[in-house]
Write a protein of this length. Structure first.
Length: 248
């Protein structure tokens, strides 16, 4: 066990993109960080090495397949065993791809619902006793399309809408000891796999009142606010979208 008084956060999908930005932002705030990854082991290790060079024994990497429910409680237990406590959980890991009606298969349902909704629920359940002990919090990363679904992404839309509902339900059930909130990104960072063509990106940005892509740091700042500063906020979702949700 690594002893210390600094608070501890577990960030799923914490090795890259939005997850890495959240990890880095909370680490700058003095937190110790558990960086979960599934396949991005080199990125997770490099990030942990960078953070441990800044502050020794402040970062840990943890591997788990979030679709395996049996792996979720041991994931939380490993973080608590290593750091001795858990003060926050950020459910950031996500699967995202189109599922047009007529082409939806059971494996699509399992992959999209499993990563975006089922895993956050069972991670929250495993983390709850530790978060109650520390007076901690949960932040779920949802999507602005929980309110206005994207065409042809029906299963993803439903999964993220469920995650928003889970945020509200957990906020009620875990109060008063644990706060539960969400951040709903808009056009922050485009998918790496090119599933959104450049013309579609231009169309989306044309709908953003602020007229630009946000950047992952904006999501990280919202997460930091909800975890570190918003001590009287629970059951709330912050849209980080440049105003797109009011223009759709």
């Amino acid at each position: 066990m690594v002893t210390g008084n600094e608070p501890v956060v577990l960030v799923t999908g914490g090795s890259r993109r939005v997850g890495a930005a959240i990890v880095q932002r909370l680490h700058r705030e003095g937190w110790r960080v558990a960086i979960h990854y599934r396949a991005s082991q080199p990125e997770a290790t490099a990030l942990a090495d960078q953070l441990n060079a800044i502050r020794p024994n402040s970062a840990l990497t943890v591997a788990a397949e979030l679709l395996e429910v049996a792996a979720l409680a041991p994931l939380v237990a490993h973080v608590v065993e290593h750091f001795g406590r858990l003060d926050a959980l950020v459910n950031n890991a996500s699967t995202y791809y189109a599922t047009p009606i007529g082409d939806i298969a059971m494996q699509d349902w399992e992959a999209l619902m499993g990563s975006n909704l089922r895993a956050p629920l069972f991670l929250a359940q495993a983390a709850a006793p530790h978060l109650k002990a520390s007076g901690g919090s949960i932040v779920n990363i949802t999507d602005i399309h929980t309110e206005r679904p994207m065409p042809d992404y029906v299963v993803y839309n439903v999964a993220k809408a469920g995650l928003r509902g889970l945020t509200h339900a957990l906020a009620r059930d875990l109060a008063p000891a644990v706060r539960v909130n969400a951040v709903a990104p808009g056009p922050i960072a485009w998918p790496d796999d090119g599933q959104i063509a450049s013309a579609e990106r231009e169309r989306i940005l044309a709908q953003v009142p602020l007229g630009r892509e946000g950047g992952v740091g904006q999501v990280a700042e919202a997460v930091k606010y909800l975890i570190c500063d918003a001590h009287f906020v629970t059951g709330h979702t912050i849209n980080v979208d440049g105003g797109r949700s009011i223009a759709l």
